[in-house]
Design a protein around this ligand. Structure first.
Ligand code: PLP
Length: 397
């Protein structure tokens, strides 16, 4: 018999995937399910990406690349950080991974010893906790104010112990779309400096921002944190390249070197063609990125206008990304058919069963009482979904 390691037995499947698979199952049974559950753009990758991939194929770029990724792409990412945030990085401070996720994982592996602690601010991306746990370290969850979804610096300070090694910061946030205020970001950086912690700054959604808001890299607000901050970014969301698997990590050379070593023994780096494709997207895709961002803005305006008129539900206006996170606690105790809503999980089950809408319970993001809807889907689908949701909520008794 195969004996699976304890480390792996502890691992939980990503709830986002579980819901998507359940929705796909129901669809196979002939049910007309609308999925607001997936965290990926509905756009095909832009022409700049496709053309660069074709050129790479024609040029025979089918060999291993350096484990840290193509030099040309690392240089382009460094150039992007200079233009976008006025931050100076060299190519040796950049690495390319097969998506943001493996880079987050490599960062955890590089920074955490067994028994160490990593601070994770709720609501949080589904993989942070599992990755930290997989490294035999302890996730320490900071709960946020359900009214604003802001964290408190006092809570973070109180959570820091002599085993704390890192803090995960994610803005625009998945699932809430929140961009934290400058004071909070500066305070967090100052705490990291005071306690010698590394900040993982996951800004993978930084090119999808709404209502003319300016997103600022934390180092623009607190330059003193430069040697203790790793930025996670990538092509999946802004370039609509989820399936190509390309992410970027930008940070202190020593950390990048260690993460690269691990990547060298694991995947040897991401696909060569996908890297050339991402390079094409970064160099020539600005117009197409802007066009997608404009679509997300329209969809955000549409979905918030509709949600604003619904009973029981209170949403936190997103400032970026393509998600709405809504508080559903007011519907607790209400029933539909033979189902009673007692928490966010039973709410999402009832929504799937009676409104045929797939959405993700907040518990999956460490924030029970809420649920996440993705609006990376067409305006027509959003309209239909919102009509169904309105009818569903209005019928609760
Ligand atoms: N970080 C956040 C906050 C995300 O939402 C995601 C994807 O959903 C990722 C990282 C990982 O993205 P990928 O591995 O597809 O590049």
């Amino acid at each position: 018999m195969v004996r699976i390691s304890e480390r792996l037995t502890r691992l939980q499947p990503a709830a986002t995937r579980v819901v998507s698979e359940k929705a796909a199952d129901l669809r196979r049974q002939g049910r007309d399910i609308i999925s607001l559950s997936t965290g990926e753009p509905d756009f095909v990758s832009p022409p700049a990406v496709m053309e660069a991939a074709r050129r790479a194929l024609d040029a025979g770029h089918t060999f291993y690349t350096p484990a840290a990724g193509l030099l040309e792409l690392r240089e382009e990412v460094a150039r992007y950080y200079k233009t976008r945030f006025a931050l100076e990085y060299e190519a040796r401070e950049v690495m390319i991974g097969a998506g943001g996720k493996p880079l987050l994982f490599e960062a955890c592996a590089a920074l955490l010893n067994p028994g160490d602690e990593a601070i994770i601010i709720a609501p949080a991306f589904v993989s942070y906790v599992e990755q930290v746990r997989f490294c035999d370290a302890k996730p320490v969850i900071i709960e946020t104010d359900p009214q604003t979804l802001d964290f408190s610096l006092g809570d973070i300070r109180a959570a820091i112990t002599d085993r704390t090694r890192m803090i995960m910061l994610n803005a625009p946030n998945n699932p809430s779309g929140r961009i934290y205020g400058d004071d909070l970001v500066v305070g967090l950086c100052e705490l990291a400096i005071e306690h010698d912690l590394t900040i993982i700054n996951d800004e993978i959604y930084e090119r999808i921002i709404f209502d003319g808001i300016t997103y600022r890299n934390p180092l623009n607000l607190c330059p003193a944190a430069r040697n203790r901050m790793l930025h996670i970014n990538g092509a999946s969301k802004s370039l609509a390249m989820t399936g190509w698997r390309i992410g970027f990590a930008i940070g202190p050379a020593e950390l990048i070197k260690r993460m690269t070593m691990l990547q060298g023994h694991n995947t040897s780096g991401p696909s060569s063609i996908a890297q050339w494709a991402a390079l094409g997207g970064l160099r020539n895709g600005q117009e197409q990125i802007d066009a997608m961002a404009a679509q997300y803005q329209k969809r955000k305006d549409l979905i918030t206008a509709r949600l604003g008129r619904m009973p029981y539900l209170r949403y936190i206006p997103p400032q970026g990304a393509f998600y709405i996170f809504a508080d559903i606690r007011a519907a607790y105790g209400k029933s539909v058919g033979d189902m009673t809503i007692t928490d966010d999980v039973s709410f999402c089950e009832a929504l799937l069963e009676y409104a045929e809408i797939a959405a993700i319970p907040g518990a999956a993001f460490l924030q029970p009482g809420f649920f996440r809807m993705s609006f990376a889907t067409s305006e027509d689908i959003i309209e239909t979904a919102m009509t169904r949701m309105h009818d569903f909520l209005a019928a609760l008794a």
